[in-house]
Design a protein around this ligand. Structure first.
Ligand code: ATP
Ligand code: MG
Length: 596
């Protein structure tokens, strides 16, 4: 379907909220990190603590969290309560003899204790790492052994299922703090609870007792801006996940980018759907809204189209930060379902993590009356770098422009040399000028790999993109996923987006298959929308559609209709796995695969 190329924004109409950013270039020119630091109240430039900034600066009665249970009931947690509980936990950690810089992992389902554990850990000056609870024993053991934390907070259920069986391998853990949860809290398949399993597992510390015995008085630990604060694991889309280390100063970027890219205002109700086991879920699910004094929705349940729509409506969410996969799933469920849940409070929908097909941006406009604002960043960047902001027109399919304080470029590596490509429209690697406050400061245990990410004052992202004459960035593909066919470089995203324009296609993934003649040929895998049947005539239609849209050199030669695509646990399509399966190669590290 042919559409206009631009969604025009008229900042004077629509929502009554005046956006923070109305002129991106003026904001870039006037950027003053020191002034922003003062506005955030982030100390003297030498010292700051993310945990304190996030919990201690708001009126005590203001609502920090709206925790919504899997069955729909909701509870509010005030900033005052969060400040007190995190103080208690920070004091308790110091009481256990833990020192600033020690690592503490948090393996807890989304909910209030997860916030208390992560933020209290930061307040105590320890290094926090939230872990995704759906990981099985191996992915957990791998991540724990990379960082060798001194302490772990988990629930009794998760302890029994995941930690206890491998406890012998976790000798580095000096303290295991266990939250006495209700077995029924954990998702789908609760195992029967044996009476002997009730009560505290031996050699562990009870969370509630620990908190009750500690004072709620303010914590006085002074962390330096450059002290380590958080460990985030990458999604493992291209291989074994890496552990990226971030420092307290990252708070400045979380706060500023939440203003520029997500337009957070104190009166907003914000919902970030990412799990805190991923960087988005911590930077923007836990930290950024609290730094702004904004109420966030915390969903204890899992994705379900109907539940999510009801959540947006009932909680009167005004700013929603989600992922392309979730939007595609909603799209698959149908526009009518969305329209049956009008959300008049919703004023901004943003997305990150994967390429956002233009079709989804247009669909947002049709279904929610709002376009989807794509933005780009990585675990390594710690915060949003490139975004479609409220200030600018949207070119569907583009990731937007570099935010203030971010200098992005398209570069080409040749051996040791790096060439910055100024000419618009040329494909190359997306690079960022170093440093910025939330830049990662290391890959744990992989110093050489970290060093290799930098060249001549640039951080090299490993993603291919191009920038147009207006300064908008267009994602081409990950360097590893780009297909070379008959002398052309083909970005999978372009092909996938063209396929998604067909009304029968809900999701698409494209890979290169080795070919003796042309190097690689393009093969597509598609998932159909509900109501469409896979038959030869549909396949022929799809091939013809792709040829018309893309031309014969770029269009797939083969299209396979599949029931589903392999996704990482964080929802990304794993093209490398499709390729390995297609070619009968070993599948490599699949620990982050959904269902693994
Ligand atoms: P790994 O590094 O372990 O292979 P990963 O790169 O998927 O996993 P993340 O840091 O979670 O781990 O994801 C960042 C990557 O996600 C980016 O490098 C990019 O490839 C992709 N990405 C993020 N946002 C966008 C976007 N808006 N458009 C296209 N791709 C995006
Ligand atoms: Mg990556």
């Amino acid at each position: 379907m042919l559409r206009a190329t631009l969604i025009r924004k008229n900042l004077a109409t629509g929502s009554s909220v005046r956006p923070w950013l109305t002129d991106l270039e003026a904001a870039r020119a006037q950027l003053d990190w020191e002034a922003l630091r003062r506005e955030l109240g982030a100390g003297d430039g030498q010292h700051l603590n993310i945990g304190q900034l996030a919990t201690d600066r708001q009126p005590a009665t203001r609502t920090a969290l709206r925790v919504v249970g899997a069955q729909g009931g909701a509870r509010s947690v005030s900033f005052g309560e969060l400040s007190a509980s995190t103080n208690r936990f920070a004091h308790a950690l110091r009481g256990l003899g833990l020192q600033p810089g020690d690592g503490l992992f948090v393996l807890c389902p989304r909910g209030e204790p997860l916030f208390t554990a992560v933020l209290g850990t930061l307040k105590a000056g320890l290094v926090a790492a939230p872990l995704f609870t759906a990981f099985g024993p191996e992915p957990l053991a791998t991540r724990l052994s990379i960082a060798r934390p001194k302490a772990l907070v988990t629930t009794r259920t998760l302890y029994r299922r995941r930690i206890e069986p491998m406890r012998a391998r976790l000798g580095f853990l000096q303290h295991m703090i266990v939250i006495d949860d209700d077995e029924a809290d954990e998702a789908s398949t609760p195992a029967p609870l044996e009476p002997s399993a009730l009560g505290l597992p031996p050699g562990t510390i009870d969370w509630s007792t620990l908190l009750a015995q500690a004072p709620a008085s303010p914590v006085t630990v002074r962390t330096r801006a450059q002290d380590p604060a958080l460990i985030h694991f990458t999604s493992g889309t291209t291989g074994t996940p890496k552990a990226a280390l971030h420092v307290h100063e990252a708070a400045l970027m979380h706060w500023a980018t939440a203003r520029w890219a997500l337009d957070l205002h104190p009166e907003d109700i914000f919902w970030c759907t990412a799990d805190p086991g991923w960087v988005t879920g911590t930077s923007y699910g836990i930290l950024a809204p609290l730094l702004h004094g904004v109420t966030s929705v915390v969903d204890e349940g899992e994705f379900d189209a109907l539940r999510w729509l009801a959540m947006l409506q009932r909680e009167r969410v005004s700013v929603w930060y989600t992922a392309p996969t979730a939007l595609r799933m909603l799209m698959k469920a149908g526009t009518a379902l969305v329209r049956a849940h009008p959300c008049p409070a919703l004023r901004l929908v943003a997305s990150v993590g994967e390429p956002l097909n233009p079709e989804v941006v247009w669909w947002g406009l049709e279904a929610f009356g709002l376009p989807v604002h794509d933005n780009w960043w990585q675990t390594e960047t710690g915060g949003i770098m490139v975004a479609n902001t409220l200030a600018a027109d949207i070119k569907p399919g583009s990731m937007g422009r570099a935010l203030p304080g971010v200098e992005a470029a398209i570069v080409r590596r040749s051996g040791e040399r790096l060439e910055v490509i100024d000419e618009p429209g040329v494909e190359g690697e997306l690079a960022l000028r170093v440093p910025w406050p939330s830049m990662f400061r290391g890959y744990l245990g992989q110093e050489e790999r970290y060093e290799k990410c930098f060249s001549q004052g640039w951080y090299l992202s490993g993603d291919l993109a191009r920038r147009d004459a207006d300064g908008c960035y267009w994602f081409v593909g990950r360097a590893d996923d780009v297909i070379k066919s008959a002398g052309h470089l083909i970005g999978p995203f372009e092909v996938e987006s063209a396929l998604m324009e067909h009304p029968a296609v809900a999701e698409a993934a494209v890979i290169g298959k080795p070919d003796a003649l042309v190097g690689e040929t393009v093969k597509a895998f598609v998932v159909l929308r509900d109501g469409f049947a896979a038959d030869t005539s549909l396949q022929a239609q799809l091939l013809a559609h792709a040829r018309t849209r893309l031309g014969p050199a770029v269009a797939p030669k083969e299209i396979a209709v599949v029931a589903s695509l392999p996704h990482t646990r964080s929802g990304k399509v794993m093209r490398r796995l499709l390729r390995a399966r297609e070619l009968g190669l070993p599948e490599g590290d699949t620990s982050t695969l959904e269902g693994a």
